[in-house]
Design a protein around this ligand. Sequence first.
Ligand SMILES: [Zn+2]
Length: 283
Amino acid sequence: MPELPEVETVRRGLIPALEGARLTRVEQRRPDLRFPLPARFAERLKGARIERLDRRAKYLLGRLDTGETWVTHLGMTGRFTVGGEQPGQFHYDAGADPRHTHLVLHTGAGAVVGFNDARRFGYMDLIPTAELDTHPWFTGLGPEPLSDAFGVETLAAAFAGRRQNVKATLLDQRVVAGLGNIYVSEALHRARLHPDTPAGALKPAQVRRLVEAIKVVLAEAIAAGGSTLRDYRSAEGALGYFQHRFRVYGREEEPCLRDRCRGVVRRSVHAGRSTFFCPACQR
Ligand SMILES: [Zn+2]
């Protein structure tokens, strides 16, 4: 499942084709994805100009000049293909099976952007921009981890008195937005913190390490994603590219990569979710 860095990579890949573009033709090929698409979806998109392409947590936000925001969640297998004569330098044919292309956007500049989703766990909606913050998908979302709003004070306040373990607490989207299993495991390893530690028991210096670790692992993954943009094949392909950079995620029984640590990466499963950590250097 794409996490925040993958969604950010998709956003950056789409900007040359979509930001500032007017949608001159919209082909909607089915009434629903994971959820029904909104009424008159294609009609409401057609003619609109995408003023900005933003991201909030794992949602892509196309700010339209109609006062609505086109919201996309990629789900498990959702991905965009970009073709046509778009002005940017990126071209993804993605090897996508055209039977799973559910929406095709044509821009005035000649770009053709498809949304392809084999499993259809992705979803889209058109939401009045003024109501976005109070929409159920966005209300209560915590700060963006890479923004200045997410820092030592905010995380320490969210952790205070909390007996829930730090891993589960970081997965709580009200504490910080957009973190999933992969980058929580990576950040805890980088910060040398055991995932089972109660969040409220962390010392100020540990919270500081954790905030820095979260920002660094996300920034590194986004940088890695950026370098894959030209060679983007699929969400899975992009994730696969990031995979070799993971220090604990997916590395069960392999040696810890921390300098001078002789530990072996372990996996624990809780509520169906895997946590990867090194018991020797994460305490
Ligand atoms: Zn270790």
